[in-house]
Design a protein around this ligand. Structure first.
Ligand SMILES: [Zn+2]
Length: 167
């Protein structure tokens, strides 16, 4: 595996172990990963401009995902909220116990926090090792069609895959 990213290194060791166990199967089973991390996930009717949110509850954390968005989008949002749980618990507390991410994944948290969450989300939903393995099937030929196939394979949008591959 490549050198763990900055974001990856911020994850607590016990959580990292859980995540790594869930990254071997693609598409990554994000719901199962959330459960393993002890987080409740609800697919909810959120306002149209909100993609997802994470809240501290009495005994843990709860994530809500907007049911009105596409399946791929919901997956990325869940990964984004999981990223907040993994490395931004202090920020969640500081901002009153809830982060609500709008459709641009802005929540009122500092911009670098959202940037980190997006980067970590991409690494969770498109794991490095699996991505490289899959990409190798196509050699160096990264065409539009290949990006489509990879996006479908990982259950993400084409835009998300393009950003990941450019990183
Ligand atoms: Zn966010």
């Amino acid at each position: 595996m490549a050198t763990p990213s900055k974001e990856w290194q911020k994850i607590r060791a016990e959580d990292r172990e859980i995540i790594e166990r869930h990254l071997t199967q693609v598409p990554v089973r994000l719901g199962e990963l959330a459960t393993a991390l002890g987080i409740d996930v609800k697919i909810s009717s959120l306002p149209l401009n909100i993609s997802g949110q994470i809240s501290r509850t009495q005994d843990g954390y709860e994530i809500k995902i907007n049911r009105h968005e596409s399946r791929q989008r919901q997956r990325f949002t869940l990964a984004h909220e999981l990223a907040h749980f993994l490395i931004h618990r202090d920020t969640i507390d500081r901002l009153g116990g809830t982060l609500k991410d709008n459709v641009l994944y802005r929540s009122g948290a500092p911009e670098n926090i959202e940037y980190e969450a997006n980067r970590l989300a991409a690494q969770i939903v498109m794991p490095e090792a699996a991505l490289r393995q899959e990409q190798a099937k196509y050699g160096n030929q990264i065409s539009e069609a290949v990006v489509d196939l990879l996006a479908e394979h990982f259950g993400v949008s084409k835009a998300a895959m393009e950003i990941r591959m450019a990183a």
